[in-house]
Design a protein around this ligand. Structure first.
Ligand code: CA
Length: 231
Protein backbone atom coordinates (compact mmCIF):
# COMPACT_ATOMS: atom_id res chain seq x y z
CA UNK A 1 0.00 0.00 0.00
CA UNK A 2 1.80 3.20 -1.13
CA UNK A 3 2.26 5.82 1.57
CA UNK A 4 1.44 9.42 0.75
CA UNK A 5 2.34 12.48 2.80
CA UNK A 6 -0.27 15.19 2.25
CA UNK A 7 0.96 18.68 3.13
CA UNK A 8 -1.98 21.05 3.11
CA UNK A 9 -3.00 23.66 5.67
CA UNK A 10 -6.58 24.28 4.53
CA UNK A 11 -8.55 21.80 6.66
CA UNK A 12 -11.35 21.35 4.10
CA UNK A 13 -8.97 20.37 1.33
CA UNK A 14 -6.78 18.29 3.63
CA UNK A 15 -9.72 16.23 4.87
CA UNK A 16 -11.12 15.75 1.36
CA UNK A 17 -7.70 14.60 0.12
CA UNK A 18 -7.23 12.25 3.02
CA UNK A 19 -10.66 10.68 2.54
CA UNK A 20 -10.31 10.31 -1.18
CA UNK A 21 -6.79 8.90 -1.17
CA UNK A 22 -7.60 6.51 1.67
CA UNK A 23 -10.59 5.27 -0.34
CA UNK A 24 -8.23 4.77 -3.27
CA UNK A 25 -6.18 2.44 -1.11
CA UNK A 26 -3.31 4.69 -0.14
CA UNK A 27 -1.95 5.05 3.35
CA UNK A 28 -2.22 8.76 4.08
CA UNK A 29 -0.51 11.02 6.56
CA UNK A 30 -1.50 14.69 6.75
CA UNK A 31 0.34 17.70 8.07
CA UNK A 32 -0.54 21.38 7.77
CA UNK A 33 2.75 23.17 8.26
CA UNK A 34 6.04 23.42 6.44
CA UNK A 35 8.57 22.56 9.16
CA UNK A 36 6.70 19.37 10.14
CA UNK A 37 6.40 18.37 6.49
CA UNK A 38 10.12 18.83 5.98
CA UNK A 39 10.95 16.77 9.04
CA UNK A 40 8.53 13.94 8.22
CA UNK A 41 9.75 13.74 4.64
CA UNK A 42 13.33 13.35 5.81
CA UNK A 43 12.73 11.02 8.73
CA UNK A 44 10.17 8.66 7.29
CA UNK A 45 9.70 6.75 4.11
CA UNK A 46 6.91 7.90 1.81
CA UNK A 47 6.18 6.86 -1.75
CA UNK A 48 4.89 10.29 -2.69
CA UNK A 49 4.53 13.76 -1.22
CA UNK A 50 1.62 16.00 -2.11
CA UNK A 51 2.90 19.47 -1.31
CA UNK A 52 0.92 22.69 -1.17
CA UNK A 53 2.85 25.90 -1.90
CA UNK A 54 1.27 28.31 0.58
CA UNK A 55 1.93 26.92 4.03
CA UNK A 56 2.50 28.37 7.48
CA UNK A 57 6.02 28.29 8.89
CA UNK A 58 7.81 27.44 5.68
CA UNK A 59 6.39 27.44 2.18
CA UNK A 60 6.24 24.46 -0.14
CA UNK A 61 9.23 25.63 -2.17
CA UNK A 62 11.43 25.79 0.89
CA UNK A 63 10.21 22.37 2.04
CA UNK A 64 10.93 20.95 -1.42
CA UNK A 65 14.41 22.44 -1.47
CA UNK A 66 15.22 21.14 2.01
CA UNK A 67 14.17 17.59 1.42
CA UNK A 68 15.99 17.37 -1.92
CA UNK A 69 19.11 18.79 -0.31
CA UNK A 70 18.86 16.08 2.30
CA UNK A 71 19.03 13.54 -0.52
CA UNK A 72 15.41 12.40 -0.29
CA UNK A 73 14.20 11.44 -3.73
CA UNK A 74 10.55 10.74 -2.95
CA UNK A 75 8.37 11.98 -5.84
CA UNK A 76 6.84 15.38 -5.09
CA UNK A 77 3.59 16.60 -6.59
CA UNK A 78 3.10 20.31 -5.92
CA UNK A 79 -0.29 21.96 -5.52
CA UNK A 80 0.00 25.38 -7.11
CA UNK A 81 -2.37 28.27 -7.68
CA UNK A 82 -3.84 28.48 -11.16
CA UNK A 83 -2.70 32.00 -11.78
CA UNK A 84 0.89 31.57 -10.76
CA UNK A 85 2.75 30.26 -13.80
CA UNK A 86 6.04 31.16 -12.10
CA UNK A 87 5.18 28.86 -9.20
CA UNK A 88 5.06 25.83 -11.43
CA UNK A 89 8.44 26.54 -12.94
CA UNK A 90 9.98 27.30 -9.59
CA UNK A 91 8.66 24.10 -8.04
CA UNK A 92 10.08 21.98 -10.84
CA UNK A 93 13.42 23.76 -10.65
CA UNK A 94 13.62 23.01 -6.95
CA UNK A 95 13.12 19.31 -7.53
CA UNK A 96 9.37 18.74 -7.63
CA UNK A 97 8.34 16.08 -10.16
CA UNK A 98 4.99 17.46 -11.25
CA UNK A 99 2.29 19.90 -10.24
CA UNK A 100 -1.47 20.17 -10.15
CA UNK A 101 -3.15 23.55 -10.23
CA UNK A 102 -5.81 24.49 -7.71
CA UNK A 103 -8.71 24.04 -7.89
CA UNK A 104 -8.12 20.54 -9.16
CA UNK A 105 -10.47 17.69 -9.92
CA UNK A 106 -10.18 14.50 -7.93
CA UNK A 107 -9.76 12.42 -11.07
CA UNK A 108 -6.93 14.52 -12.37
CA UNK A 109 -5.16 14.31 -9.06
CA UNK A 110 -5.58 10.53 -8.87
CA UNK A 111 -4.20 10.16 -12.38
CA UNK A 112 -1.18 12.34 -11.64
CA UNK A 113 -0.43 10.44 -8.45
CA UNK A 114 -0.69 7.09 -10.20
CA UNK A 115 1.56 8.27 -13.03
CA UNK A 116 4.18 9.56 -10.64
CA UNK A 117 4.18 6.36 -8.61
CA UNK A 118 4.63 4.34 -11.79
CA UNK A 119 7.49 6.54 -12.90
CA UNK A 120 9.26 6.28 -9.57
CA UNK A 121 9.34 2.50 -9.82
CA UNK A 122 11.63 2.72 -12.81
CA UNK A 123 15.11 1.91 -11.54
CA UNK A 124 17.38 4.86 -10.91
CA UNK A 125 19.62 5.87 -13.80
CA UNK A 126 23.12 4.52 -13.91
CA UNK A 127 24.95 5.68 -10.83
CA UNK A 128 28.30 4.68 -9.53
CA UNK A 129 29.50 5.48 -6.04
CA UNK A 130 32.97 5.11 -4.67
CA UNK A 131 33.17 3.91 -1.09
CA UNK A 132 36.73 3.61 0.12
CA UNK A 133 38.48 1.33 -2.35
CA UNK A 134 35.21 -0.10 -3.67
CA UNK A 135 32.95 1.05 -6.47
CA UNK A 136 29.23 0.52 -6.10
CA UNK A 137 27.38 0.32 -9.38
CA UNK A 138 23.66 0.65 -8.71
CA UNK A 139 22.71 0.13 -12.34
CA UNK A 140 24.37 -3.29 -12.37
CA UNK A 141 23.77 -4.09 -8.70
CA UNK A 142 27.40 -4.93 -8.16
CA UNK A 143 30.38 -3.88 -6.11
CA UNK A 144 33.79 -3.74 -7.74
CA UNK A 145 37.06 -3.75 -5.92
CA UNK A 146 39.96 -3.82 -8.34
CA UNK A 147 39.20 -6.76 -10.61
CA UNK A 148 36.96 -8.46 -8.12
CA UNK A 149 33.25 -8.10 -8.84
CA UNK A 150 30.60 -8.99 -6.26
CA UNK A 151 26.96 -9.11 -7.23
CA UNK A 152 24.40 -7.79 -4.74
CA UNK A 153 21.26 -9.77 -3.96
CA UNK A 154 18.01 -7.81 -4.52
CA UNK A 155 17.67 -7.26 -0.76
CA UNK A 156 21.25 -6.13 -0.32
CA UNK A 157 20.75 -3.80 -3.25
CA UNK A 158 17.64 -2.26 -1.70
CA UNK A 159 19.34 -1.89 1.66
CA UNK A 160 22.40 -0.26 0.18
CA UNK A 161 20.30 2.08 -1.92
CA UNK A 162 18.38 3.06 1.21
CA UNK A 163 21.61 3.69 3.09
CA UNK A 164 23.10 5.67 0.22
CA UNK A 165 20.03 7.90 0.10
CA UNK A 166 20.18 8.45 3.84
CA UNK A 167 23.87 8.57 4.49
CA UNK A 168 24.89 10.01 7.80
CA UNK A 169 21.47 9.26 9.24
CA UNK A 170 20.61 6.49 11.63
CA UNK A 171 18.04 4.12 10.17
CA UNK A 172 16.05 1.98 12.58
CA UNK A 173 15.44 -1.69 11.81
CA UNK A 174 11.78 -0.80 11.19
CA UNK A 175 12.78 1.79 8.59
CA UNK A 176 15.08 -0.74 6.94
CA UNK A 177 12.26 -3.30 6.83
CA UNK A 178 9.80 -0.75 5.40
CA UNK A 179 12.29 0.38 2.79
CA UNK A 180 13.83 -2.91 1.71
CA UNK A 181 11.25 -5.62 2.41
CA UNK A 182 8.15 -3.42 2.12
CA UNK A 183 5.74 -1.63 4.42
CA UNK A 184 3.76 -3.94 6.72
CA UNK A 185 6.19 -6.80 6.25
CA UNK A 186 7.14 -8.58 9.43
CA UNK A 187 10.82 -9.41 9.55
CA UNK A 188 12.73 -10.36 12.67
CA UNK A 189 15.66 -8.26 13.86
CA UNK A 190 17.97 -11.21 13.32
CA UNK A 191 17.03 -11.46 9.65
CA UNK A 192 17.75 -7.75 9.19
CA UNK A 193 21.09 -8.17 10.96
CA UNK A 194 21.97 -11.17 8.80
CA UNK A 195 21.42 -9.21 5.61
CA UNK A 196 23.43 -6.30 6.94
CA UNK A 197 26.17 -8.81 7.74
CA UNK A 198 26.23 -10.15 4.20
CA UNK A 199 26.18 -6.62 2.79
CA UNK A 200 29.15 -5.74 4.99
CA UNK A 201 31.11 -8.72 3.68
CA UNK A 202 30.74 -7.32 0.18
CA UNK A 203 31.17 -3.66 1.02
CA UNK A 204 33.62 -3.38 3.88
CA UNK A 205 37.37 -3.94 3.56
CA UNK A 206 37.14 -5.77 6.90
CA UNK A 207 33.61 -6.93 7.71
CA UNK A 208 34.55 -7.75 11.31
CA UNK A 209 35.52 -4.14 11.90
CA UNK A 210 32.99 -2.21 9.78
CA UNK A 211 33.96 1.31 8.84
CA UNK A 212 31.04 2.42 6.69
CA UNK A 213 28.03 0.52 7.89
CA UNK A 214 27.99 1.14 11.60
CA UNK A 215 25.77 -0.51 14.17
CA UNK A 216 24.05 2.00 16.45
CA UNK A 217 23.34 0.01 19.57
CA UNK A 218 19.67 -0.42 20.37
CA UNK A 219 18.54 1.66 17.39
CA UNK A 220 19.73 0.44 14.03
CA UNK A 221 22.42 1.25 11.52
CA UNK A 222 24.13 4.26 10.08
CA UNK A 223 25.94 4.40 6.77
CA UNK A 224 28.66 7.00 6.46
CA UNK A 225 32.10 7.18 5.01
CA UNK A 226 32.50 10.93 5.11
CA UNK A 227 33.55 11.14 1.50
CA UNK A 228 31.14 9.03 -0.49
CA UNK A 229 31.49 10.49 -3.94
CA UNK A 230 29.35 10.09 -7.01
CA UNK A 231 31.26 9.52 -10.25
CA1 CA B 1 -2.26 26.47 1.60
Amino acid sequence: MPKILVVEDEPGIAIALEDDLTMEGYQVEVTGDGPTASRLAREREFDLILLDVMLPGKDGFEVCREIRRAGVRTPILMLTARTQEAEKVMGLELGADDYVTKPFGVRELRARIAALLRRSQIPAPSRVFRIGDAEVDFARAEIRRGREVTVLTPLEFKLLELFARNRGRILTRDQLVDGAWGVNTIVSERVVDNHIGSLRKKLEPDADHPRYLRNVRGIGYCFDDGNLTQT
